[in-house]
Design a protein around this ligand. Sequence first.
Ligand SMILES: Nc1nc2c(ncn2[C@@H]2O[C@H](COP(=O)(O)OP(=O)(O)OP(=O)(O)O)[C@@H](O)[C@H]2O)c(=O)[nH]1
Ligand SMILES: [Mg+2]
Length: 358
Amino acid sequence: MQYYTVVGDSYEDAVRKAREQYGDGIRIHSRRDYTTGGGFFSRKKTKCEVVCYLAKKEKKTVNESDISEFAEEAKTPDPSTLSPEERLDTEIFRKKSNPEAEAMLDKNHITDPLRSKLLESFPEDGDVSMIMSERLLSTVGIDYDKQVHPKHFVVFVGPTGSGKTTTLAKVAYLFSQSDKSVGIITLDSYRTGAFEQMSAFGNALSIPVLQAGAEDELIKATERFSWKDMIFIDTMGLSPKDKELNLKLHGMLSLLDRDRTDFILTVSASMKEEDILDQYSSYSQFSPSSLAVTKLDETETIGNVLSFSYKVSVPMLFFTDGQKVPDDISKASGTLLLEHMKGFGLDMKRFRKQVSLS
Ligand SMILES: Nc1nc2c(ncn2[C@@H]2O[C@H](COP(=O)(O)OP(=O)(O)OP(=O)(O)O)[C@@H](O)[C@H]2O)c(=O)[nH]1
Ligand SMILES: [Mg+2]
């Protein structure tokens, strides 16, 4: 049986449209009421979506094609019996998505479950780019609260070379400029020059830096900084193979009072989503609460990071887009996020190109 989906401003409106399009023989299979908009670009509207089918005239005999049609119908689950995630996966609901919207998601490497969420019950009319931008902004998480109210200890964890040390220096400086007294402790006593790198940033930004290579040294360092409002802690990049280093770092980080500690996972914007997931799982014990997304200057789109962020429900906190300390950093925001997406409402690169050509 063929199902059709029709959207109207109310149930009556949807049924009237369905009758106009498919005739009086239609039967309503299910209805769903929802709201759209209310985001960045538009006001909230209520909508009603009906799934309908055409009632058949009675037949005296059942032939081969009827049997295969019944078999096909039996494979199609009744949407009202499914969870929202399962519903998105059914043929009926897939048919409704919009090819232009799908192409935008492909271009930006956006994967499930964020992809399905953004395509869910896609409206039949309207500017696709605007609708997608609005949906993206109301779906992905940005930790505005932590940008203003961070915890006492802020620990940067993440893969080697992702920009932990550089980003930590930039963030520590940001807070030092907002009336907070800050100190930095580096736990990286393994990589040659790690302490020198952190100290150089500390000197340039007038922020004191201490090094702690073992648990007792970390306790002493936090005592020395006990009067500070915030203590930033830099860690060494971990390879999953280096079990000993892994244990040592986990041992030291376990000393921190969890209620007073934020763990920020630092990921480069050009990392593959699977690699980000791997890194996230290696720090799962600490439940990183937000993301610092680095090296936005080195990639065109951040769909991989957004897909990951939505999948594990870890919001974005900071974006960095260059090596300059302390300048190349911004608090994550909706506008910046859209700037780093191809074809979305605020495709600034496309906009600038158009302006320079005109
Ligand atoms: N292009 C660009 N480079 C960056 C950015 N952030 C950091 N870098 C560079 O990336 C390199 C690694 O940065 P670090 O801060 O040392 O990275 P890390 O994660 O501390 O590295 P390890 O301590 O070795 O694990 C340096 O050359 C930084 O200047 C950024 O936003 N854009
Ligand atoms: Mg480092």
